[in-house]
Design a binder for this molecule. Structure first.
Ligand code: 5GP
Length: 210
């Protein structure tokens, strides 16, 4: 049985990164490592946080169709390498993509069975407070992030689930439960359906022969 492909998107400051970190520490998910042309931030390691590529290498990957999706976000390219995701899904692992909304829409087009989850803080006020609270961003950058969030909010309706990140534990549980429920969908349950049908057929034959 193939794994579930889950896209997790959310505003900058929504806490989606923290939710994903918790999910990975508690459960057996595979996180896709994106390719990007942006420079590493302090503490970021090539091959762990991102595959940091030159623009030329990134464009090469596009040309060779080695990316499931890619998008330009604030002057940099970001994309999801195909090989890793397909291998994990084939091995039955549930895969998480942490990507922005344009990429999320492209994944839905290519993989209609993918699960799309959008993480949001409970209110715009809380979002602003969280961005200010980080203490790493200037007022100007915060205003830009708020404007970006406003644009991104247009795509929220296209997601399958909205998870409000009010309490971290609750948000983590909600995301995990949503993904777990996908495994119970009828179209993912071919094995049990076939088995029970065969067993019922045999039983019915037995009854007729009595
Ligand atoms: P950051 O530069 O802050 O790490 O990421 C900026 C944005 O790019 C985030 O919203 C992140 O989710 C998104 N992103 C990261 N990897 C990918 C990817 O492979 N594809 C797309 N479409 N977006 C990505």
């Amino acid at each position: 049985m193939k794994g579930i492909l889950t896209v997790i998107s959310g505003f900058s400051g929504s806490g989606k990164g923290t939710i994903i970190k918790e999910l990975l520490s508690k459960y057996d998910y595979a996180l896709s490592i994106s390719a990007t042309t942006r420079s590493p931030r302090e503490g970021e390691i090539d091959g762990v946080h991102y595959h940091f590529l030159t623009q030329e290498d990134f464009e090469n990957m596009i040309e060779k169709s080695e990316l499931i999706e890619w998008a330009k976000y604030v002057d940099n390219y970001y994309g999801t390498p195909k090989a890793f995701v397909e291998k994990q899904l084939d091995e039955g692992k549930d895969v998480i993509l942490e990507i922005e909304v344009q990429g999320g829409m492209l994944v839905k087009e290519k993989f209609p069975e993918a699960l799309l989850i959008f993480v949001t803080p409970p209110s715009a006020e809380v979002l602003r407070e969280r961005l200010v609270g980080r203490g790493t961003e200037s007022e100007e950058v915060i205003d830009k992030r708020i404007a970006m969030a406003y644009t991104e909010s247009d795509s929220m309706n296209n997601y399958d689930y909205i998870v409000v990140n009010d309490t971290l534990d609750e948000a983590v549980n909600n995301v995990h439960n949503i993904i777990s429920m996908q495994h119970l969908r009828a179209d993912k349950s071919g094995g049990i359906i076939n088995n029970i049908q065969m067993q019922l057929e045999e039983m019915k034959r037995g009854i007729q022969n009595e």
